[in-house]
Each structure stands twice: as C-alpha cells, then as structure tokens.
Design a protein around this ligand. Structure first.
Ligand code: GDP
Length: 364
C-alpha cells in the first residue's frame, strides 16, 4: 500500500491526528481502519465509483484501495545527529512515499510550544534542516564512492558527480531536494539515495477550531512560505478531527462538519492531497466475486498496472480489455459493452486512465 509518514515537531498535534485517523468510528463501511503496529494504520480510500460499480455488478465483495499512515514521532532538533531516537525515525521516513508534515498553527496558551511561540515557518524549517542534513550525508557518501571513477574518466560517474554536486549546493543553501531545478533524467542520478527532502510533502496546518474552515494568520503564513515548493497545504484542526472520529452516524457527522463550515473531514482532504501530490490514479477490476480499486501512477502502461495485482500478470501480460465507466453505466454489463463495441482490446503500450475498468489476459 501507499505509505504516508506523519512528521512534525513534538506537541504540534501528530498523535491527535493519527488517533483521529485510527479511531474513526463513523462511516465504518467506508473507512475500515486497522492498526498494524501502534504507529502504523491502514485506511481505505473513499471512492464514489466503487459504489456505482457495485450497483451494476452486484459482487460478493467490494475492496477499496488503501493508504497506510505512519506516525513518525520523535523528530527533534538534532535528530540527524542521532538526538532523541533520531536515526531510527529518519529510517522510517525513508520508506514512505509521501510526507504529511504537521505544523502547529493553533493558538492555545495551555499547550507548550517547544520553542515558546507559535511560528509555523520556523518550525517547518527545524524539521527541514534535520532532513536536509541527513540527505547531505547520503550525498557525501555517494560522492566519495564515485569520485575516483569520475576522475578516471568514467562518463556515467562524471555525470552523476556533477549532479550530486548540484544537489549538495542546493541543500547546503537550506533548500529541500524536491525544489531543485533539474529534469527527470538528471534526477535519476540520485534516485538510489531516496532523498528524504525529495519526497512529496503535504503540509498539514493544524489550526484551532474557531479558525475553520479557511485557517488563520499562521496557516496563511505557512501557505505563503511554501508556495514555491510544489507542495499541498491542507488546513485541519486535529482536535476537531478527533471529535469527528467519534461520530458514528453519517447525518450527525454531516451536521457537525457544517457547523464548522466544512464540506469534508480533514482526513478526506489529506487523502485527496496525497493522491494529487503523488500523481496517483485508480483503475478498477469488476467481476461477480469482487469489485476492486487499484492505485497506480499516472502514465503507467497496462503491464505495469497489472503488476499491482500480481507480478505474474505483469510478466505474462498478453492484452487488456478496457471499458470506460461511462460505457459500463450506459450498457450495464460487460457483454453489452462488448457488443456495443465499447470494450477496447489494448496491448502493452496502453496507458491506463483514471477510472478504467480493466480485465487482464496473461500467460502463466
Ligand atoms: P504530537 O506531539 O505532535 O503528537 O502532539 P499531540 O497530538 O500529542 O498534541 C500535543 C498537545 O496539543 C495535546 O495536548 C493536544 O491535545 C493538543 N492539540 C493538538 N491539536 C490541537 C488543536 O487543534 N487545538 C488545540 N487547542 N490543541 C491541540
């Protein structure tokens, strides 16, 4: 499953948010949550199209796609040097696909701030610097590893070295790797390092409940400060999320949300932001046993998309039969779609679209 790591300074609301995610009582059918480890939980992604397909196909079960949230606590000033539980947490971050960086934007004199005042940009920077230092470490290691080959004229090493030095400079100037101005091809030179600050980030501005739905002066400053980072900013109130999580009844929940001028929960916003920042799309498989959603990246071709179901599907890929959801809705069954010429037979080069209903043919 897709993994999203929750990071942030101590006392900013990470656990409150994580607990809200994992305690979600409401919409149990839409949000079944299971805790794998105390700090890891899986949540299903709500998708209206699954219900449409369910009505058409009447399957035995419906399986939504999932996102895993990991509460990465303990990231403090000095973590890159092993302070706190430093290195272990940084290793946890290396494994995630995206980072949800929770930033304290709420005013509350009763909650001590580690630095004594609410300042979202300084807070964000403290975390950034730790991650940047860790990235610099990885970069320096690789530089010393390939320097010799580069000097002896190896073309690939020479090119990699030049790019690594660009990253080094970029990071040393206090920037995150994700903001570097290089093309995708050049970025491949550091792909093996899984740089922490290259990971897509969602800033979660945790505001007080009275600042909903639009946020406050702190969240505005945060938005302004990260606008060049190609990041998403989501305004939530962790304490409100905790209360929403307690509501079982959908109607009650709706009312509660509207009292705060909210159209959806912060959790929903977070899931959407993760999809968008990671360039994710969903395709479906639909049959009498199950209707199921699968997450892939925009641009993936049919065999790679099949690979998320099973590696054999990718290896033995022959062709894919593809129906668009609108056609399924119009003609009601797979057979009727086929007869109407609305079931396309696609080969290896087919780029899967969001909402495609796929049926893979493969050799075993
Ligand atoms: P963590 O250290 O980042 O995991 O932070 P916690 O989730 O433990 O929160 C630290 C403290 O801030 C707790 O006492 C929370 O109740 C409080 N807190 C978290 N979110 C909010 C919020 O949105 N508003 C207010 N007023 N307090 C909050």
């Amino acid at each position: 499953a897709l993994k999203c790591g929750i990071v942030g300074l101590p006392n900013v609301g990470k656990s409150t948010l994580f607990n809200a995610i994992s305690n979600n009582k409401a919409e149990a059918a839409n949000f079944p949550f299971c805790t794998i480890e105390p700090n890891v939980g899986v949540i299903t992604v709500p998708d209206e199209r699954l219900h449409i397909l369910e009505d058409l196909v009447n399957p035995q079960k419906v399986l939504p796609t999932t996102i895993e949230f990991v509460d990465i606590a303990g990231l403090v000033k000095g973590a890159s040097k092993g302070e706190g539980l430093g290195n272990q947490f940084l290793a946890n971050i290396r494994e995630v696909d995206a980072i949800a960086h929770v930033v304290r934007c709420f005013n509350d004199d009763n909650i001590v701030h580690v630095d004594g005042k609410v300042d979202p940009l300084t807070d964000k920077e403290v975390i950034d610097i730790e991650l940047q230092l860790k990235d610099l470490e990885s970069i320096d290691k690789k530089i010393s590893r390939i320097e010799k080959q580069a000097k002896s004229g190896d073309a690939k090493s020479k090119k990699d070295l030049a790019i690594l030095q660009k990253y080094k400079q970029h990071l040393e100037s206090g920037n995150n790797a994700r903001t570097i101005d290089l093309d995708a091809e050049d970025k491949k030179s550091v792909a093996d390092l899984q740089l922490l600050t290259a990971k897509p980030v969602i800033y979660v501005a945790n505001v007080e409940e009275t600042a909903l739905p639009n946020g406050n002066e702190h969240s505005e400053r945060l938005k302004e400060g990260v606008k060049d980072e190609n990041a998403e900013v989501v305004v939530v109130s962790a304490s409100i999320e905790a209360q929403i999580a307690e509501l079982e009844d959908a109607e009650e929940r709706e009312m509660f949300l509207s009292e705060y001028g909210l159209k959806e929960s912060g959790l929903n916003k977070l899931i959407k932001a993760a999809y968008s920042i990671l360039n994710l799309i969903t395709y479906f498989t639909a049959g009498p046993t199950e209707v199921r959603a699968w997450t892939i990246r925009k641009g993936w071709k049919a065999p790679q998309a099949a690979g998320v179901i099973h590696t054999d599907f990718e290896k033995g890929f022959i062709r894919a039969e593809v129906i668009k959801l609108e056609d399924y809705q119009k003609y009601k069954t797979e057979v009727a779609c086929k007869e109407a010429g609305k079931m396309a037979v696609e080969g290896k080069e087919y780029v899967v679209h969001d909402g495609d209903i796929m049926h893979f043919r493969f050799n075993v």
